[in-house]
Design a protein around this ligand. Structure first.
Ligand SMILES: [Zn+2]
Length: 81
């Protein structure tokens, strides 16, 4: 179980960022979550107790997102049953 002390909640999901050391130290981050390089250098690793510069964004939870086509379909079903 990994503890994160810096998570960000926004409309599309829950995110954090991790350093290269934590990514290799905790293989479950690599296995369970999508991660992509790119945080700005001033961001610190989100793993509790780690203060390295972060190198990867990590998507902890991604809310279901619908395409415009799917949204339109739902609207049509609701208003034109
Ligand atoms: Zn770290």
């Amino acid at each position: 179980m990994i503890e994160f002390d810096d998570v960000v909640l926004c409309s599309t999901g829950v995110y954090t960022q991790v350093c290269i050391e934590c990514l290799s130290k905790y293989p479950e981050i690599d296995e369970r979550f999508e991660h992509s390089p790119g945080p700005p250098p001033e961001l610190i690793c989100g793993v509790a107790g780690c203060y390295n510069d972060a190198s990867y964004y990590v998507e902890l939870v991604v809310f279901p997102s619908l395409t415009q086509e799917e949204l339109n379909k739902l609207r049509n079903e609701r208003f034109n049953p």
